[in-house]
Design a protein around this ligand. Sequence first.
Ligand SMILES: Cc1ncc(COP(=O)(O)O)c(C=O)c1O
Length: 403
Amino acid sequence: MPKELNVPSRTLMTPGPVEAHPNVLKAMGSSILGQFDPNFLEIMDEVKEMIKKPFGTKNEQAFAVDGTSRSALEAALIALIDPGDKVLIPAFGRFAYLLGEICERAQAEVKFLEKDWESTFDQNDIIESIKDFQPKIVAMIHGETANGQMQALDKIGAYCQRNHIFLMVDMVATYGGVPIKVDDWGIDVAVAGTQKCVSVPSGMALITYNQRVKDVLDARYQKELGLGDDERSDDPIVSNYLDLSQLQRYWGKERINHHTEATSMVYALHEGLRVILNEGLNNVYVRHDKNNRALVAGIYAMGLEIYGEPTSKMPTVTPVKIPADIDGEKVRELLLNQFGVEIASSFGDLKGKIWRIGNMGYSSRHENVLHVLASLEGALSYYGANINKGEAIKAALDIYNKE
Ligand SMILES: Cc1ncc(COP(=O)(O)O)c(C=O)c1O
């Protein structure tokens, strides 16, 4: 007989997934509604409006794509790319290469503007590279979870707008955790995820785009045969499932028949967004900032080092250098198996060199910060690391108690 599912509870301090908010889990247990049930359509409309707020946009278009964050990244890029189009990708971490991978498969001519992963770009260097390469699209990452660095974006967007270049930004790891200004920064299309600062399980992605992008989509729209009143395009988007021109009409008043919506995930998203909007976005950002400072103070007080440039460190991710002579994976295993705490390793050259501690969404709570610091200290002491004992919690509490 198959055994009943028995899932252990965890303190999730990775850069995603994070702990789902209890209201989210409760909402997921609600009855299934048909995808065109007026009650469900109302929920979808509310979700559309709520998505816009953390993006800082008044765009007409904002909705969710079924699939993890990369589904909307792919949907956004393939909507704009025709074979041979030039895409510039400034890369200061692993996820920029994911964007490149998507663009290359869509037969774009991709140029990476590369640097080490320890800091972000000076925006002027990106603008110079745009002038040189003359791309149709600039695609980049706001918060690189691989190394915990966050790129300033305010100048690039303005330059792209003036020069009729599309700017696509992955805000998967910053949306709902740090202030984002899609409209003020001149971003044409932005993508976020659910499993990070929105405290919803993985499985959906959020997208918003402006009129310039909508014009491209409208020109490429192709209605599926068999639905009646055929509308064909000379240049349809290469994917059916990730076709934003159809998804827009599925979430919009046309309500065309596309996929069968993942209703429980839409409930979850509704609650995840409602919870952060009710808390107040500013309060949400202040909470993330304070927990970030407490975590960082605790890490330094323990005598550990943080990877990368401090001034551009993401508040939602802290990359901690693994001390010499310590096996980072053994520490992670001990944390998980004995303390019920999960932190993450990293990718590429950083694998085995840093741990990544998340500070996102419902996991961004002061008890979680104290728990991860205390258990990391315990695990490192157990493996004989040379750290300052008893200092980390004191440093974190100083921040919590004195502010
Ligand atoms: C910055 C960034 N972009 C994209 C992704 C891909 O997201 P997903 O795994 O939800 O497809 C991640 C995942 O961690 C990420 O951190």
